[in-house]
Design a protein around this ligand. Structure first.
Ligand SMILES: [Fe+2]
Length: 201
């Protein structure tokens, strides 16, 4: 059979996809995952990858925009936290590539649509509470990945536990900052409900 140039081109284009599938099957055997498990883990890691990118952006833009008491102290801390979220995205991406999974780079294309709250109110407590909510989502997400991979894929399990611990620490840090703000407000005799001012970004 003589293949047309167009068909040769089409088959050649499929080669990287076939390599990815083979690698994923190999991974299933090596890591005691069934192919259904591989599909589920692929979805979970893609969701985590998207969540991390959006959390990074949410923390970063929040740190830039924030206004209010303790801003001077908390802003640089929030930039550090944002960079740790970026590192989570890179760690998840690296693990996906090791497993032969090609990450979906457009968050809106992942099945579970991740949420990103772009601040419409720059008041520091509003921004920190939005970020605290995001940490809660991440904690739940990594608990699920850790449970799912236990005794099936030890390396991904260890990574999920490592990131989970960092997310728990982030939540504690944010709660502490919120407490510091309350104390500062008492000192400054500010009203308990701050004047919120909305802006578009
Ligand atoms: Fe994270």
């Amino acid at each position: 059979m003589i293949l047309s140039n167009a068909l040769v081109k089409t088959l050649t284009a499929k080669i990287p996809i076939m390599k990815t599938q083979l690698s994923t099957k190999e991974m299933a055997v090596l890591n005691f995952l069934s192919l259904n498990d591989v599909d589920k883990l692929t979805k979970m890691l893609n969701d985590a990858h998207s969540e991390e990118w959006l959390t990074y952006y949410q923390c970063w833009i929040g740190a830039i925009l924030m206004e209010g008491p303790k801003k001077k102290e908390i802003k640089p801390e929030l930039f550090i936290l944002a960079n740790q979220e970026l590192n989570h995205a890179l760690l998840i991406k690296q693990r996906m590539l090791e497993l032969g999974i090609t990450p979906i780079h457009n968050p809106s294309k992942t099945k579970k649509m991740p949420r990103c709250q772009t601040p419409i109110n720059p008041y520091i407590e509003v921004i920190l509470n939005q970020n605290l909510e995001k940490e809660g989502t991440a904690i739940q997400m990594y608990k699920e990945i850790a449970d799912f991979t236990l005794r099936k894929d030890q390396k991904t399990h260890q990574l999920a536990i490592r990131i989970l611990n960092e997310e728990l620490q982030h939540a504690l840090d944010i709660e502490k900052w919120l407490t510091d703000i309350q104390l500062a407000k008492v000192k400054l005799k500010m009203p308990s409900v701050a004047n919120h001012f909305a802006i578009d970004v």
